[in-house]
Design a protein. Structure first.
Length: 664
C-alpha cells in the first residue's frame, strides 16, 4: 500500500494517520470533548490501543470506539470504510483552564512500542508529529482557532497571539470586555494562545479583539491611514460585518466577526469520489463571477453573483466543460476586483453572495458533472483587515517575512503561520466541497525564502492526506517542472502546473502573423505540445513528464486583463485610453473617435476568427488539461481592466471602490 511507504529517517509510516482540531475530527462539549482519529487499515492492524494523556495529569483511559458517532459533519472525498477509526471522549474538564487541558494522544502498537501524537510541532503533516514515547513533544492545546460552537451551549474563542500581554474579547454591543485566558508555555514571553469559553455566547453573536501591549490597547492605521483603530478581527472568522470598506490599504469601518457554524452541506447531487477525478479529462473554464453573468437593472448592468453564475451552469455543460476555476472569492479590499488583493483566507466576498449561496453554486455545478476549482492565494496576503497585518506597519508582526511584487509574503517556516495557511486552505474543501485548488504564483512563495519550498512540499501532502484525490494545480511561471514531479523524486507533488510556454508560442508568434505576413515559426509550439516547459537547466529544456502535469491555455485573467485576448493579438489592433493617470488598452473599439466600424472589423473578420479557431483546435487536442477564460467561446475581444484600477474609495470611504463598468 503506497500510504505505508517508509519516509527516510522516520519510523512512523507516511499518510497512515490523520486527525486535527477541525469540527470534523474534534467536538467540544461544555465539560470536555470528543476526538476522532483515523488510521490506514494496514497501520490499524498493528495498533493495540489508543489513549490520551494530559500534560499535568495522570493518564486518562478514555472510551475508544471503533464505531463512529453518526452526528459528525460529513467528509467530502473520503470513504470512511477505507480507514480504521478510533474515537475517545473526555469529560470533567473546565474549558477555561487552557494550560491544564493540553494533551497528547498515545498509541501502543502490538509489538509493544509506544508512540505519542500532538497537533503541535514543526510540521503540518500528522505523521511527522508522531514520535516515540519519551521524545520531548509539545502537547496539543485544546480547541481550534476562531469561534467554535460548544455542544451543551456556549462558544470557545481561541486566538494565536504570542506578542501581546493580554487579549480582550468584545462580544456584541457590550462595553465591558472579557479577558481571555493565557496558554503560556515554557520560554514564551507573553503567551501563545488566548482562550475563553463563554457559556452564554451563541451563533450569530458579533465579536472582535483588542491587544494589550505596554499597558494600552495597540492601535494601527486603518481606512487608508486616515485614523487609528484598536479593533482586531479574527483571522479565521467565517463571516464579517462592517459599515463600509474600500481603498488601497485597509478600508474597513467598524468590522466585527460573526460566530458561525461550518456549513452543513446537504448536497443535492453527487460526483464520483475525488480519487477518480484524475482519470477524467480536465477542460477548465476560468470564471470571474463579477462579470460572468451580470444583470441589467434599470438600464444599467450590475455585477454578477454566485446565484447569477448558477443560472448559466447548463451553458457551460453544453460547452463540454468538465471543471470551472473561479478567480478568488475571498473577502477582498476591492469591491469589484479580481480577488487577488484578498484580505482573508476564510471569508467569502460578501458582494458575490453568502456562504450558503456559494455552496449552492458548487452543488449546481456538481449536478451537471462539472468540478469546481478555487484559486488559492498564499504567496501574498494583504490582510490588514485583521489589524495585525502581514506587513511592516506592525513592527513585531507575527505573519510578515518579506515582500512579493503584489504584497507581503507570509513567514513561511514559522509552524504557526504554516498551520494557519494550511488549515485555512483546507477549510474551503471542507465547507464548500470543492474538487481542486489552483495556487497563485507559487514561485514567489519560495524565491528568497527557503522555507517556502518546504511549506509547499508539506502543503501538497497535507491536502492529499486530509482530502484524498483533491486536485492541486500551480501557477509556476516560468515553469519549474519539479513542482509537479512526485515527492519521491524530489518534486512538490502538485498534480499540474500552468504551461506558459504553450501560451507564449501563440502570443509571440501570432503577434507578427497578419494577412500580409503569414510566416510563423512553429518550433516553440511543437516543443510546448510535446511537453517541454520554458524552464531550462544547464541550457536544456526540461519536460513536464506526463501530459496531465501541464495545463495548457491561450487566455487567462492575466492574459485578458493585463494584455490582450488572442483575437486582438492576431488582429494587431492597438488603441489606448487614460484613466486617473494610468494608461490602459482601449476596451471599447466601437467608441474610438476615428473610424470605429473599421476598427471593429479589423478585430472581427474571417481571417482573425479562423486563426483563433485553429489555435483553440490545437489547444483542445493537445494531451493534458486545457484552460480558457470566460467569453473566449464567444470570440470575446474585450479585455478586462486590471483590478488595481479599482483602488480609490469613493465618497469619503463610504463606497467600497470604483465599480466595474459592466456596460463596457
Amino acid at each position: 500500500m503506497a500510504g505505508l511507504a517508509q519516509a527516510k529517517g522516520l519510523d512512523w509510516p507516511e499518510q497512515s494517520i490523520f486527525t486535527n482540531d477541525s469540527p470534523y475530527y474534534l467536538k467540544l462539549k461544555s465539560d470536555g470533548f470528543v476526538q476522532r482519529i483515523r488510521f490506514s487499515k494496514e497501520a490499524c492492524k498493528g495498533i493495540a490501543s489508543v489513549d490520551i494523556e494530559f500534560s499535568q495529569r495522570l493518564l486518562v483511559r478514555s472510551k475508544v470506539r471503533p464505531r463512529l458517532q453518526s452526528n459528525w459533519p460529513s467528509l467530502y472525498g473520503i470513504s470512511e470504510s477505507d480507514w480504521c477509526w478510533f474515537e475517545f471522549e473526555v469529560v470533567g474538564l473546565n474549558l477555561n483552564h487552557a494550560e491544564l487541558n493540553r494533551y497528547r494522544i498515545l498509541i501502543t502498537r502490538k509489538d509493544g512500542s509506544k508512540w505519542s501524537y500532538s497537533e503541535e510541532g514543526n510540521s503540518i503533516l500528522p505523521w511527522k508529529r508522531v514520535v516515540r514515547l519519551g521524545v520531548e513533544q509539545e502537547p496539543t492545546s485544546l480547541g481550534a482557532w476562531g469561534a467554535t460552537q460548544v455542544e451543551g451551549g456556549g462558544v470557545l474563542f481561541k486566538l494565536w497571539e504570542p506578542v501581546s500581554e493580554e487579549v480582550h474579547l468584545f462580544l456584541n454591543a457590550e462595553q465591558q470586555p472579557y479577558r481571555m485566558n493565557v496558554d503560556r508555555r515554557r520560554g514564551d514571553q507573553n503567551g501563545r494562545h488566548h482562550v475563553l469559553y463563554v457559556p452564554e455566547a451563541r451563533v450569530g453573536d458579533e465579536y472582535y479583539f483588542k491587544f494589550l501591549k505596554g499597558g494600552r490597547y495597540e492601535k494601527v492605521p486603518v481606512t487608508n491611514r486616515n485614523w487609528l483603530s484598536e479593533v482586531k478581527v479574527d483571522p479565521v472568522a467565517r463571516e464579517l460585518k462592517y459599515v463600509s470598506k474600500g481603498g488601497g490599504v485597509d478600508g474597513y469601518n467598524d468590522p466585527r466577526a460573526v460566530v458561525r457554524e461550518p456549513i452543513r452541506f446537504n448536497a443535492k447531487s453527487t460526483l464520483p469520489p475525488l480519487s477518480t477525478a484524475h482519470s477524467q479529462p480536465w477542460l477548465i473554464y476560468q470564471l470571474w463571477p463579477v462579470a460572468f453573468n451580470p444583470k441589467l437593472e434599470k438600464g444599467k448592468w450590475t455585477r454578477g453573483t454566485f446565484n447569477s453564475v448558477k443560472e448559466k451552469v447548463s451553458h457551460l455543460s453544453d460547452l463540454g466543460v468538465t471543471a470551472v476555476e473561479l478567480l478568488p472569492v475571498n473577502e477582498s479590499r476591492f469591491n469589484a476586483g479580481w480577488g487577488y488583493a484578498l484580505n482573508s483566507l476564510t471569508l467569502v466576498e460578501s458582494t458575490l453572495g453568502t456562504r450558503e449561496e456559494l455552496a449552492g453554486m458548487v452543488d449546481a455545478f456538481h449536478a451537471q458533472g462539472i468540478r469546481v476549482i478555487f484559486d488559492g492565494v498564499l504567496n501574498h496576503i494583504n490582510n490588514d483587515l485583521i489589524r495585525d497585518p502581514i506587513n511592516t506597519t506592525v513592527r513585531k508582526s507575527k505573519f510578515y517575512n518579506g515582500d512579493t511584487p503584489w504584497g507581503p509574503r507570509p513567514d513561511f517556516g514559522n509552524p504557526w503561520v504554516d498551520r494557519f495557511l494550511a488549515q485555512s486552505t483546507s477549510s474551503w474543501i471542507y465547507d464548500y466541497r470543492i474538487d481542486g485548488i489552483r495556487f497563485d504564483m507559487t514561485k514567489h512563495m519560495y524565491e528568497g525564502s527557503g522555507p517556502g519550498w518546504n511549506f509547499l512540499l508539506e502543503l501538497s501532502q497535507y491536502l492529499k492526506a486530509e482530502h484524498p484525490g483533491i486536485y492541486t494545480s500551480a501557477e509556476e511561471l516560468p515553469n519549474n517542472v519539479a513542482v509537479t514531479w512526485p515527492v519521491a523524486e524530489g518534486g512538490l507533488g502538485f498534480d499540474s502546473q500552468w504551461n506558459d510556454r504553450f501560451k507564449n508560442s501563440f502570443e509571440l508568434e501570432f503577434d507578427h502573423y497578419r494577412p500580409d505576413n503569414r510566416q510563423v515559426n512553429l518550433s516553440p509550439l511543437a516543443n510546448a505540445v510535446m511537453g517541454f516547459s520554458s524552464h531550462q537547466d544547464h541550457g536544456w529544456d526540461r519536460p513536464f513528464g506526463s501530459p496531465k502535469r501541464a495545463v495548457n491555455y491561450l487566455g487567462s485573467h492575466d492574459f485578458v486583463g493585463n494584455k490582450n485576448p488572442l483575437l486582438r493579438i492576431i488582429a494587431g489592433y492597438q488603441s489606448f485610453e487614460a484613466d486617473r493617470g494610468q494608461i490602459f488598452t482601449r476596451v471599447r473599439p466601437l467608441e474610438d473617435g476615428h473610424d470605429p466600424i473599421g476598427h471593429f472589423r479589423q478585430i472581427h473578420n474571417d481571417f482573425t476568427h479562423s486563426a483563433v479557431r485553429t489555435s483553440y483546435l490545437v489547444l483542445f487536442t493537445t494531451p493534458g488539461p486545457a484552460l480558457f477564460f470566460q467569453g473566449e467561446e464567444l470570440a470575446q475581444d474585450l479585455n478586462i481592466e486590471n483590478e488595481w484600477s479599482y483602488v480609490d474609495p469613493q465618497n469619503n470611504n463610504s463606497v467600497p471602490s470604483q465599480n466595474v463598468d459592466l456596460n463596457r
